[in-house]
Design a binder for this molecule. Structure first.
Ligand code: SF4
Ligand code: SF4
Length: 390
């Protein structure tokens, strides 16, 4: 029996599909340089990979054919040596299509395995986002801005080769830096990319995450009924209409909070969230009308509170709001919960304004979108500079 290596790449559907594919493919090719064999594949098909929904690619490599066959006789690996999260906000948990409930980002990691994250944050911020694990694991951060590309366009900011260099360092039995550089030169004939991989290899460091570190919350989950628990016939319960809301200060009832799907929450799709300045809102209803996920709760005084359990972070509300900086999309890494902003504002308006100003000031520009020709070419030099500085 030989040795089996399993690597999973967690990415945001559509926005990072090409990046994940390039990574899993290159992992297998680099291992192949050293006489190993393997396969790379996507866990989910095209249709659920929409709007940033977390999805996965896997690279399975073995030292011999029989071990590979055995390793592949599963729908998805039960354990992996390395998990790669190409967006740091995925560390809050993953609610993939075809997965029920919230899956901790480190769930499949073997004891002592390594989580590689692309982020500008430090280890403390990443550890705080990830759920606690029953066994210690290692965290390695590839410093850089999260790379959003798109299905048809690719932002060649060296994120892929930098992660390959990091893998060579944290899992040297899989492949060496030399093999990574050989694959880079074979595929892209780009010496600067090979140099980026080497730089990541030299600079990457790991932090051991203890079992008492991380988000202590138990990720939400639910069970399907067993076949013997099902009644005759099929009844699909509809979602109730909703109810009015209670003002936390005056206790007045009014407005409207729609009922929502209790089992699919969508917030792990989000890389940004809207923050609302309730003091400048003119109650025009545009955010409520245009939100594709019916996220807005209507408060008793007719304001609009984006419900963070339901918001997928698309940014439409920011785009349609006619009041300058009334709605601002802020990097999801800035937040530790899904609490109501309106309730916070009602309880302490001055405190809320101070909180809001801080959140808006500290948010780095993020964008999933490919908005115009030449956009990525404009953005790449800055991203490479961040990568260069490490
Ligand atoms: S970002 Fe705004 S428009 Fe988009 S889902 Fe969230 S609340 Fe709705
Ligand atoms: S679009 Fe802006 S101004 Fe209009 S209701 Fe929504 S938050 Fe208020």
């Amino acid at each position: 029996m030989g040795r089996l290596f399993a690597i999973e790449i967690i990415y945001r559907g559509i926005f990072q599909k090409t990046l994940a594919t390039r990574l899993s493919r290159s992992i297998v090719l680099a291992a192949h340089q050293e006489g190993k064999m393997g396969i790379s594949f996507g866990r989910y098909g095209d249709s659920p990979e929409r709007n940033g929904i977390p999805a996965k690619n896997f690279a399975i490599v073995a030292t011999d054919e029989q071990t590979l066959q055995e390793g592949m006789a599963k729908y998805e690996p039960k354990q992996v040596d390395v998990t790669i999260a190409v967006d740091d906000t995925l560390c809050k948990g993953v609610e993939s299509w075809a997965w029920y409930g919230l899956q901790p980002v480190n769930r499949l990691l073997k004891p002592g395995g390594t989580l590689i994250v692309t982020s500008r944050e430090g280890p403390d911020a990443i550890i705080a986002m990830a759920h606690r694990k029953e066994t210690p694991y290692n965290l390695a951060i590839v410093k850089g801005t999260v790379s959003f590309s798109g299905l048809w366009v690719y932002k060649d900011d060296h994120t892929d080769v930098r992660i390959l260099g990091a893998i060579a360092k944290v899992l040297p039995d899989l492949f060496s830096l030399t093999s990574v550089q050989k694959v880079i030169m074979d595929q892209w004939k780009d010496a600067i990319k090979a140099e980026s991989a080497a730089r990541a290899y030299e600079r990457i460091g790991t932090t051991t995450v203890r079992t008492d570190q991380g988000n202590p919350e138990v990720p939400y989950k639910f069970d399907f009924p067993k076949w013997h628990e099902m009644g005759e016939g099929i009844a699909i319960p509809s979602i109730p209409a909703g109810r009015n809301m209670e003002d936390p200060v005056s206790h007045v009832h009014g407005g409207f909070q729609p009922d929502r799907n209790p089992t699919f929450k969508k917030f792990s799709t989000r890389t940004m969230r809207p923050v609302v300045n309730f003091d400048t809102c003119i109650k025009c209803t545009l955010c409520w009308l245009h939100c594709p996920d019916s996220c807005f709760d209507v408060t008793p005084e007719g304001l609009y509170d984006a419900n963070m359990q339901a918001c997928c972070g698309c940014g439409v509300c920011e785009a349609v709001c006619p009041v300058k900086e009334c709605v601002t999309m802020v990097n999801e890494t800035e937040f530790g919960d899904n609490a109501s902003q309106w309730e916070a504002w009602r309880n302490d308006k001055e405190g809320y304004q101070a909180w809001l100003a801080k959140k808006i000031e500290s948010h780095p520009e993020r964008s999933h979108g490919f908005r115009y020709r030449g956009q990525y070419e404009e953005q790449v030099p800055e991203m490479l500079e961040i990568a260069r500085k490490g």
